[in-house]
Write a protein that binds this ligand. Structure first.
Ligand SMILES: NC(=O)c1ccc[n+]([C@@H]2O[C@H](COP(=O)([O-])OP(=O)(O)OC[C@H]3O[C@@H](n4cnc5c(N)ncnc54)[C@H](OP(=O)(O)O)[C@@H]3O)[C@@H](O)[C@H]2O)c1
Length: 156
């Protein structure tokens, strides 16, 4: 999974991101380029368009949804597909999809933004003890500070 969260695990409001952080978008691009990205229908519709050089998988309950991308109608379908994937697959949100995939995610790339925002979408609570946590770097945009972490799930 890859996500940017505020101090209260907030991630979005009105189907939009909470911050404009160009250096974090660069980090997102470098991390996911040439990989598969998996997202909920709402997050897909919040994007300005298809993200270049990434295979898109969209999850929706709507069997009439027409799209020139891979569509799945359950988490299980997506998990079965991921098992067959040679490249890394990244869950890129939003809230409902993070919640449903968290038990299956081995690595979490979490950008922790040092800010609070009013929000209606949140990343699930995670127990730090269940992960090996590596600080990848610190960054700043428009006076907003943030840090990139990699969480690796402990095997026990
Ligand atoms: N900060 C970040 O890093 C970050 C990243 C991504 C998104 N976000 C934010 O997150 C918010 C969106 O999150 P969200 O929870 O509202 O929407 P979402 O998770 O992007 O999409 C929800 C939709 O996914 C489909 N879905 C979810 N679970 C499903 C299942 N088990 N089976 C089939 N379909 C399923 C449904 O689509 P249908 O309604 O079509 O059935 C559901 O309405 C936005 O504010 C966005 O900006 C933030």
């Amino acid at each position: 999974m890859i996500v940017a969260i505020g101090k209260n695990n907030e991630i979005g409001k009105d189907n939009k991101l909470l911050w404009h952080l160009p250096n974090d978008l660069k980090f997102f691009k470098e991390t996911t380029i040439n990989k598969t990205i998996i997202m909920g229908r709402k997050t897909f519709e919040s994007l300005p368009g298809k993200l270049p050089k990434r295979k898109h998988i969209i999850i929706t309950t709507n069997h009439d949804y027409q799209l020139d991308e891979i569509l799945f109608h359950s988490i299980k379908e997506a998990l079965d597909y991921i098992k067959t994937c040679k490249e890394e697959c990244f869950v890129i949100g939003g809230a409902s999809i993070y919640q449903e995939f968290l038990p299956y995610a081995k690595y979490l790339y979490i950008t922790k933004v040092e800010d609070n925002k009013d929000a209606d979408a949140y990343f699930p609570e995670i127990k730090d003890d269940n992960y090996i946590i590596t600080l990848l770097g610190a960054n700043e945009d428009n006076g907003i500070k943030y840090k990139h972490y990699k969480y690796e799930k402990r095997s026990n």
